[in-house]
Design a protein around this ligand. Structure first.
Ligand code: FAD
Ligand code: NDP
Length: 512
């Protein structure tokens, strides 16, 4: 208690003197202090330093409930895009080995996968990225502090070490880029005690074994996809629909493909409880809301992928009057990323209404740094950001879904061109291509401006990235089909689209 009081006294005195000094001299320790060293925070701090600003970035990882922890770089590097894509790639390689046999490769004996080898390789790569970020900050003269940041006032940040030692920093501008963390359904008995989240799965050194994945959005389907691809018995509990917010015909193709390749789906199902049995296995009870019946099965692991919560808890925003969205708890920001408190900005997942994607956090962070340094007035354009769901059959898209286009423009004012195509690599491998599909939603009149593009298939992320440039600049259906394709590719199928849904003609691509 005495130590606490002494600590508190010291905190108050130091803070007080620094704030007084700042008020008297108008001088700050830094031009910019960024709280959060993930995609948005690192991009913002590095850009600001390159523009001659004096910058500090605080990054601090609170271990997960299960005790997983990691280094500098935020969600994407440590528990998101990077390990996810590498595990997706691991699963694809497994299926490529099977294809290889059809192409004449002599592979003796059954092929099996070793989780520990994969985990070690992935984790080593992540550590190299953590190190790379530290080196880059040093090279660019950004002061990196492994401290947990809290706002004292609109120009003052308190940073705490794990041991509780405090550093006070003052800054002309402060950027909050603390991202989010996975949620647990705390109303489900046993959920926290026995379950894990995406903060843990990539750091497991041993295979999770038979796994129940709860949720049906990006994280759930991507994780369930690679777990199945690695040969694990995987079940997905879907409360309502898959991939809410995405084109539902495309979402159906994604889940059909997963089902055909071994993932079990329990639709309209809500989890009730998780219990550990004497055998060590987890017994999960859920209700099929269609029939009202309870279902029970046992698993070795339960992965909650039920959404993410903004990481605002430690920031002390309430006292400062920073306005938050009442439902999500995310920070309300203007088009220039300004919060309701002057001098205080926010970028990335922590902001209300922004896509939760790494490239948007990075670009928003960079543009904010440039604006704060007086280099530009350019705002981040959050419209028409392309994205890809890295399920075993990837789904890439940009723009409106068919449903959104219908409700925005009216069914009679849009034309949907589509094709079921067969990737060449599927032919010799005798792979089923039923779910390889392309849909381009256009205005019906005039130049037929493209409203949305959707593709499921191998490397859909790569294909979508290229076409998203044309889309961003207002491409029309005519421009699309006047583009000469690259043969033989999946991407060329987009340039060959000529069947409209309205025509009712068979959309299966035949021949070249
Ligand atoms: P983050 O990257 O989360 O960084 C926030 C940082 O702030 C963290 O390091 C955190 O520990 C730290 N922090 C929090 N509070 C404090 C504090 N008080 N003091 C100091 N530091 C603090 N996006 C894609 O574009 N493509 C993908 O393929 C993709 N895959 C994903 C897969 C998964 C499983 C998940 C969970 C996400 C994925 N995302 C993907 C989303 C992407 O990771 C996020 O949108 C992105 O990381 C957001 O960046 P950010 O800077 O807002 O926050
Ligand atoms: P989402 O919020 O997008 O989805 C949450 C899912 O969990 C929904 O399917 C929801 O169902 C379900 N759910 C919520 N609560 C419960 C509950 N109590 N019981 C059962 N199911 C429940 O979260 P994610 O974590 O999947 O993704 C977060 C963000 O991260 C994404 O929006 C995306 O921007 C980003 N991301 C990007 C990736 C990429 O670019 N490839 C990959 C992964 C993440 P319902 O629909 O019924 O509400």
């Amino acid at each position: 208690m005495a130590a606490f009081c002494r600590g508190r006294h010291r905190w108050k005195r130091n803070t007080y003197f620094q704030i007084i000094t700042r008020n008297l001299t108008g001088k700050f320790d830094y031009d910019l202090v960024v709280i959060g060293g993930g995609s948005g925070g690192l991009a913002c701090s590095k850009e600001a330093a390159q523009l001659g600003q004096k910058v500090a970035v605080l990054d601090y990882v609170e271990p997960s409930v299960k005790g997983s922890k990691w280094g500098l770089g935020g969600t994407c590097v440590n528990v998101g895009c990077i390990p996810k894509k590498l595990m997706h790639q691991t699963a694809l390689l497994g299926s490529a080995v099977e294809d290889a046999k059809k192409y004449g490769w002599q592979i003796p004996g059954p092929v099996s996968h070793d989780w520990s080898t994969m985990a070690e390789a992935v984790q080593n790569y992540i550590r190299s990225l953590n190190w790379g970020h530290r080196v880059q900050l040093q090279d660019k003269k950004v002061k990196y502090l492994n401290l947990k940041g809290r706002l004292v006032d609109d120009h003052t940040v308190s940073g705490l070490t794990r041991a509780g030692k405090e550093t006070i920093l003052t800054a002309r501008n402060i950027v909050i880029a603390t991202g989010g963390r996975p949620k647990y359904p705390t109303h489900v008995p046993g959920a926290v005690e026995h379950g894990m989240t995406s903060d843990d799965i990539f750091w497991l050194n041993e295979s999770p074994g038979k796994t129940l994945v709860v949720g049906a959005s990006y994280v759930a389907l991507e994780c369930a996809g690679f777990l199945t691809g690695l040969g694990l018995d995987t079940t997905v509990l879907v409360r309502s629909i898959a991939l809410r917010g995405f084109d539902q015909q495309m979402a159906g193709l994604v889940t059909d493909h997963m089902r055909d390749h071994g993932t079990t789906f329990c639709w309209r199902s809500v989890p009730r409880r998780v219990e550990r049995l004497g055998s060590g296995e987890l017994q999960v009870t859920w209700t099929d809301t269609g029939t009202g019946q309870d279902q029970v099965d046992t698993f070795q692991s339960v992965l909650w992928a039920v959404g993410r919560a903004p990481e605002t808890r430690a920031l002390g925003l309430e006292g400062l009057g920073v306005r938050l969205n009442q439902d999500t708890g995310k920070i309300l920001v203007a088009a220039d990323e300004a919060t309701s408190v002057p001098g205080l900005y926010a970028v990335g997942d922590i902001c209300q209404g922004r896509p939760e994607l790494t490239p948007t956090a990075i670009r928003a962070g960079r543009l904010l740094a440039r604006r704060l340094a007086g280099q530009t007035a350019q705002l981040m354009n959050y419209d028409n950001v392309a994205t890809t769901v890295f399920t075993p059959l990837e789904y890439g898209c940009v723009g409106l879904s068919e449903e959104e286009a219908e409700s925005k423009h009216g069914k009679d004012s849009i034309e949907v061109y589509h094709a079921f195509y067969k990737p060449l690599e599927f032919t010799v491998a005798e792979k089923d291509a039923s779910q390889c599909y392309i849909k381009v939603v256009c205005e019906r009149g005039g130049d037929q401006k493209i409203l949305g593009m959707h593709i499921t298939g191998p490397n859909a992320g790569e294909v979508t990235q290229g076409f998203s440039m044309g889309f961003q600049w207002g491409a029309t259906y005519r421009q699309l089909v006047e583009t000469v394709g690259i043969h033989p590719t999946c991407a060329e199928e987009l340039t060959k689209l000529n069947i409209s849904k309205r025509s009712g003609l068979d959309a299966t691509v035949t021949g070249c």
